[in-house]
Design a binder for this molecule. Sequence first.
Ligand code: FES
Length: 137
Amino acid sequence: MLSEESISRKDFLKSLGLGGAALMAVLTSCSSSSEAVTPSSVSIDLTSNITSVGNYTYSGGIIVARIASGNTASSFVALSKACTHEGTTVIYQGNGVFYCSNHGATFSTTGAVTKGPATKSLTQYTVTVSGTTLTLS
Ligand code: FES
C-alpha cells in the first residue's frame, strides 16, 4: 500500500472514483495559467468575428479585442488571456480596459497592469490585418 506522501494527485483523484473524462477536466482546470500561447496559429475572419467595437474573442491562449472601428491593425489589441496574478481568463471591458474578475486586476491595451493585485504585464502580440483576416505574431 502507498503511503500518503507517495500518492500522486492523479492517483488521489482516481481513488475518489473520478472517471477518465472527469479526471481530465479536473487536471486541465488546474493548468489554465500554463495554456499554450501560439500567436502564429491565430487567424480570425473579421467578416464574422469581433465586428463591433468592444467585441473580443479568445484563441490559443490569447484574447483579441476590437478597440476601434475599421479593419486596420490599430483597431485591435491581442494580449495573453491568463491573468498574471493567478491565471484567471481576463475579459475586455471596453474603453481600453482588460479586467480579471477573480481579484479585480486591470490591464491596459499594452498589457500593463493598471490595478493590482497582479504585478506583471500581460504579453502583447503584434496584430496584422490583411483584407478581412487578422493574424498575430
Ligand atoms: S487571478 Fe486575476 S486578479 Fe487574481
